[in-house]
Design a protein around this ligand. Structure first.
Ligand code: ATP
Ligand code: MG
Length: 310
């Protein structure tokens, strides 16, 4: 499959602050890519380089088949950017904002384009209100609507759902999914790991200047042990017996007053085996739960390991 974006050896420093120290990744056409990183990790810096707003110190970046450093105009022609802070004009109405951008991008019928986008983003009723009166979610929707004018093939969204309530966030997710379904490549940054999990085909974790992990959300979750099952017993006697029947074949990762956590390979055969052994030993746990790793777990594990190694 052809890469819509490919980046290799990307470096950028601000004076002594080495923000990017050799970033590599690529994004397949028509997929959703999420870049994760803490505050100040360099997410916006990468977006700014790929959207031609700033220059890198070293490395090679191709966007939409063009070299960002050599052919910035061609790159601009294929992309759109929705920045971390909304770029709508408060003095204008939603419709006026859209028509203005339509004019700037020379679309054939800016007025009709505005009508279509207002409808698509649920802003028809508010079309002729000044943006000053909009809620955060409405501004964000308008901002993204504006970035879609001219049908860019690659869109960059810098923290698209920052500050949105759960409902508005869900709406945004639907919009992003619909874009990718229509073949648009979506590059987004987020601090919400749940968002990356929900949306992204590929996730990359940016930490201390490098991409320290990348893959599908499922692949990343496999980086930390899964299949942990926690049992609670009635009394210490039962707990001791349980440990006896399990410990030869399974690792007990944690033991508390009346609970133990047992590590399995995560497959159902092994998990069933735990229960069969307990039943055969006439044990009846009062409670059990399976701990499934989330992207949050992965993120914290990866980034804290790196910090320790420093
Ligand atoms: N124009 C600039 N001059 C100097 N330093 C800068 C400049 N722009 C960014 N930086 C620094 O580069 C680093 C990365 O910033 P960047 O905005 O890319 O991070 P980010 O991952 O987008 O963070 P956030 O999640 O807070 O948006 C930070 O240390 C920041 O202070
Ligand atoms: Mg940022």
């Amino acid at each position: 499959m052809e890469a819509a974006i490919s980046v290799s050896g990307l470096k950028k420093s601000y004076k002594e602050n080495a923000v990017l120290t050799g970033v590599d990744f690529s994004v397949e056409s028509g997929t959703i890519f999420a870049l994760l990183g803490s505050n100040g990790a360099g997410k916006t810096t990468i977006i700014n380089i790929l959207t031609t707003l700033i220059e890198s110190d070293a490395g090679n970046s191709m966007v939409g088949g063009f070299d960002v450093a050599k052919s910035p105009n061609e790159v601009r022609h294929h992309i759109s950017l929705t920045g971390q802070f909304a770029a709508v004009d408060d003095i204008l109405t939603a419709r006026e904002n859209l028509v203005l951008i339509g004019d700037l991008r020379h679309v054939s019928n800016p007025a009709q384009t505005a009508v279509d986008l207002l409808k698509k983003f649920g802003l028809s009723d508010a079309a002729d209100r000044r943006v000053t009166t909009f809620s955060g979610g409405m501004r964000r929707r308008l901002d993204i609507a504006m970035s879609l004018i001219g049908n860019p093939s690659i869109i960059f969204l810098d923290e698209p759902t920052n500050g949105l309530d759960p409902e508005a966030r869900n709406d945004m997710w639907q919009t992003v999914r619909a874009l990718a379904k229509n073949g648009t490549t979506v590059f987004l940054t987020t601090q919400y790991l749940e968002e990356a999990d929900e949306l992204a085909d590929t996730v990359a974790v940016l930490h201390q200047g490098n991409i320290i992990a990348k893959g599908t959300p499922e692949e990343l979750k496999k980086l930390i042990p899964g299949g942990l099952v926690k049992f609670t017993f009635r009394n210490e006697n039962q707990l001791e017996t349980a440990i006896n029947v399990l410990e030869n074949d399974y690792k007990i990762t944690e033991r508390n007053a009346l609970t133990i956590t047992v590590a399995t390979g995560g497959n159902t055969t092994q998990i069933a085996d735990l229960f069969i052994r307990l039943r055969d030993a006439k044990l009846d746990p009062t409670d059990f739960s399976q701990q499934i790793p989330t992207l949050d777990d992965v993120f914290f594990k990866l980034t804290s390991k790196k910090d320790e190694a420093k």
